[in-house]
Design a protein around this ligand. Structure first.
Ligand code: DOR
Ligand code: ZN
Length: 345
C-alpha cells in the first residue's frame, strides 16, 4: 500500500557545504529537498568575519544550479580574536544567522577554535544582547577524557558554566549523541535547543565497529551505545519542540574516508529526509515528523516556516546511490544499513 506524507518544505539546521568543486557537487543534493540550511564555517581558512561570510555566501549562490531555490543561513566561526562589533554588524544586517563554537581541536578544521572560554565572553554577551544563537560543538578535547564521554563531560564542564555566566544566550547543542544531552535540552529553557543527525538516529557504535571497521560511519561526535541512540530517537519523535534535524552532512572524498587515518563525517544529504521518515515510521511517529524537520527549527531561529510543501511517499524498497561525483573524486553516500521505503516525490 502506498502511503504519503505532505509537509512544509524542511530545512537543515547543520550542514557542511565546503567550497570549490565539492560545493558544486554537494549543494544540489541539499537544495533538491531543503529550503534553507545553517552552513558550517569550518573551511580552510575558516569563515571568521562578516566579510568572509559575505564572500562565502556569494560562492554558494553562484554554485546553485539554475532553477533551484535555496537560502544559505550563514554562520561565523568563533575565535578568541572575534570582534563583537563585527558579529553585531553581520547579525543586524541579516547576513549571519548564528555563530559556531568549536572547542580547539575537537573535530575537522577546528584548530582556530576556542581554548579559553573566558576570552570569548564579550562576544557571547553581545550575542545574548541581540539574540543571536550560538551553535555549539559540544565535546571536550582533554586527552584524559575518553572519546565516548566527551559530550557528557562538555555539558558539565563547559556548556552549563557558559549558560550560567551569560544569561539569555541562545544556544543550539549541535548533533547531540547521548542520553545526558537529551536530558539537558529537555530540562533547559526556551533559549536552549538541540539538533540531531541522521546517523545518530539510525546507528550505534556496534554498527561502526562489529565485524570490521566501517569508516563511512566514523563521525564526530562519535556514535555511542545503543541506549543513547534510543534516547535520541525517543526525544526526536516525542514532538518536543526544541529539537530539530541538523544532518551534519559532511562530505569527504572517498579516499580520505577509506584511509589509514579516516576523516570524520558522514555524507547524508541525498537521503536524509527518507532515512528520518523511516525512523519515525518505525516508531509509529509520523505525526511528529513535520515538527522535527520543518517546524521546530524555524520556531527556535525565529524565522518563518516555509510556504512551500514537499511530499514523501512510501512504497517498495528504494535504491540508494553509492557515490556522487565531485570534481575528479567521489563522495560515498551514507548507507543506512537497513531497507529504506520512503522517497521524496
Ligand atoms: O564528523 C564530523 N565532520 N564532525 C564535525 O564536527 C565536523 C565534520 C566535518 O567538517 O567533516
Ligand atoms: Zn558539523
Amino acid at each position: 500500500m502506498t502511503q504519503s506524507l505532505t509537509i512544509r518544505r524542511p530545512d537543515d539546521w547543520h550542514l557542511h557545504l565546503r567550497d570549490g568543486a565539492m560545493l558544486k557537487a554537494v549543494l544540489p543534493e541539499t537544495a533538491r529537498h531543503f529550503g534553507r540550511a545553517i552552513v558550517m564555517p569550518n573551511l580552510v581558512p575558516p569563515v571568521v568575519t562578516g566579510d568572509d561570510a559575505s564572500a562565502y555566501r556569494a560562492r554558494i549562490m553562484a554554485a546553485l544550479p539554475q532553477g533551484m531555490t535555496f537560502e544559505p543561513l550563514m554562520t561565523l566561526y568563533l575565535t578568541e580574536d572575534t570582534d563583537p562589533e563585527d558579529v553585531r554588524k553581520a547579525a543586524e544586517s541579516g547576513l549571519v544567522t548564528a555563530v559556531k563554537l568549536y572547542p580547539a581541536g575537537a573535530t575537522t578544521n577546528s584548530a582556530s577554535g576556542v581554548t579559553d572560554f573566558d576570552r570569548v565572553r564579550c562576544v557571547l554577551d553581545t550575542m545574548a544582547e541581540i539574540g543571536l544563537p550560538l551553535c555549539v560543538h559540544g565535546e571536550v578535547t582533554d586527552p584524559e577524557i575518553d572519546i565516548f564521554d566527551r559530550e557528557a563531560v562538555f555539558i558539565e564542564r563547559v556548556l552549563d558554566p557558559i549558560r550560567t555566566k551569560t544569561p539569555g544566550l541562545r544556544v543550539v547543542m549541535e548533533h547531540i549523541t547521548t542520553a545526558q544531552a537529551a536530558d539537558y535540552v529537555r530540562a533547559g529553557d526556551a533559549d536552549l535547543a538541540a539538533t540531531i543527525t541522521v546517523q545518530h538516529l539510525m546507528l550505534d557504535r556496534n554498527d561502526m565497529l562489529v565485524g570490521g571497521m566501517r569508516p563511512h560511519y566514523y563521525c564526530l561526535p562519535i556514535l555511542k551505545r545503543r541506549d543513547h541512540r534510543d534516547a535520541l530517537v525517543s526525544l526526536a519523535t516525542s514532538g518536543f519542540d526544541r529539537v530539530f534535524l541538523g544532518t551534519d552532512s559532511a562530505p569527504h572524498p572517498t579516499h580520505r574516508k577509506e584511509a589509514e587515518c579516516c576523516a570524520a563525517g558522514a555524507f547524508t544529504a541525498p537521503i536524509a529526509l527518507a532515512c528520518i521518515a523511516e525512523v519515525f515510521d518505525e516508531q509509529d511517529a509520523l505525526d511528529t515528523y513535520e515538527a522535527f524537520v520543518s517546524l521546530n527549527g524555524p520556531a527556535f531561529y525565529r524565522l518563518p516556516v516555509s510556504d512551500e510543501t514537499l511530499t514523501l511517499t512510501k512504497g517498495a524498497r528504494v535504491d540508494i546511490p553509492k557515490t556522487i561525483a565531485a570534481g575528479g573524486e567521489t563522495v560515498t553516500v551514507f548507507d543506512p544499513a537497513r531497507p529504506i521505503h520512503w522517497s521524496v516525490s
